[in-house]
Design a protein around this ligand. Structure first.
Ligand code: ADP
Ligand code: MG
Length: 257
């Protein structure tokens, strides 16, 4: 048997902060192009998983593979040899992440926010970086603000720029951590519209932690319900939202629907 590995494979992932066990042996396989909604109560480990996938933090144990290659250990040969910086960088470049609180560079224009990393990290020329930036800003409806600074933008506009900035690095897998949770209610729809467009128009893999259940139901191929540091339920949206197996899922859905 020589099956193609899934694009993203998480095996027995464990993470504790002191004696607070946040991820308790988490397992999931995700295929290229899947749109995954991650739901679950506050504190269940959703953000921790995304931060570990993005290599912003290391797990205590377990394995994460992209296309069959472990992120944290060197490929080929001694599987226990910790990854060197070049390997980590290569694996990290497959992923992009957008946070609840934007984290735009305040002293750079919108356009510069998008071109900085492609130029410095990917060594793209200024011309190409600018061209890509403008295409992405158009995609998120922000081309008119290319020379504005973050402080001049609304929350929804900042978040659309943050999404474009992550896309400028051309990741295969995009992680979105509650990207509408910090927005005034009337600004949520403009960001959801961008995500909807991305989900339908691109073949990128998308993992979205969200409290927008209708949105999750609409765009997700699969929904993961997190509870207490494990994935308690994993299935198509119709199943999770209308016929969840676990009492905990039913209770959670009652509080958010
Ligand atoms: P979720 O995103 O599902 O709300 P998180 O992954 O943010 O949950 O957090 C899970 C648990 O881990 C929480 O109890 C939180 O307090 C704890 N936690 C998260 N990050 C840290 C950290 N850097 N240091 C200590 N505890 C943390
Ligand atoms: Mg969170």
């Amino acid at each position: 048997m020589n099956e193609t590995p899934p694009q993203l494979r998480v095996r027995d992932l464990q993470k504790s902060y002191g004696n607070n066990a946040v991820l308790r042996g988490l397992n999931v396989d995700i295929q290229a192009g899947e749109k995954i909604a991650i739901i679950g109560p506050s504190g269940s480990g959703k953000s921790t998983l995304l931060r570990i996938l993005m290599t912003l933090e290391a797990p205590n144990s377990g394995d994460i593979q992209i296309d069959g290659e472990s992120i944290w250990t060197m490929p080929n040969g001694d599987g226990n040899k910790p990854a060197d910086e070049a390997h980590m960088r290569r694996m990290r470049s497959r992923l992009g992440m957008v946070f609840q609180h934007f984290f735009l560079f305040p002293h750079l224009s919108v356009r510069q926010n998008l071109t900085l990393a492609p130029r410095l990290v990917n060594h793209v020329t200024s011309e190409i970086a600018d061209e890509t930036a403008m295409q992405l800003l158009e995609m998120v409806g922000m081309e008119a603000k290319a020379d504005a600074f973050p402080a001049q933008l609304s929350g929804g506009q900042k978040q659309r720029v943050a999404i474009a900035r992550a896309l400028a690095m051309q990741p295969d897998i995009m992680l979105f951590d509650e990207v509408t949770s910090a927005l005034d209610p009337e600004l949520v729809h403009e960001v959801l519209a961008v995500l909807r467009k991305l989900a339908s128009a691109s073949d990128m893999t998308m993992l979205l932690v969200t409290h927008e259940m209708n949105f999750a139901r609409e765009i997700a191929d699969r929904v993961l319900f997190f509870d207490g540091g494990v994935i308690l339920e994993d299935g198509p949206p119709e199943e999770i939202f209308t016929n969840p197996t676990h009492q905990r899922t039913q209770e959670f859905l009652k509080t958010v629907l």
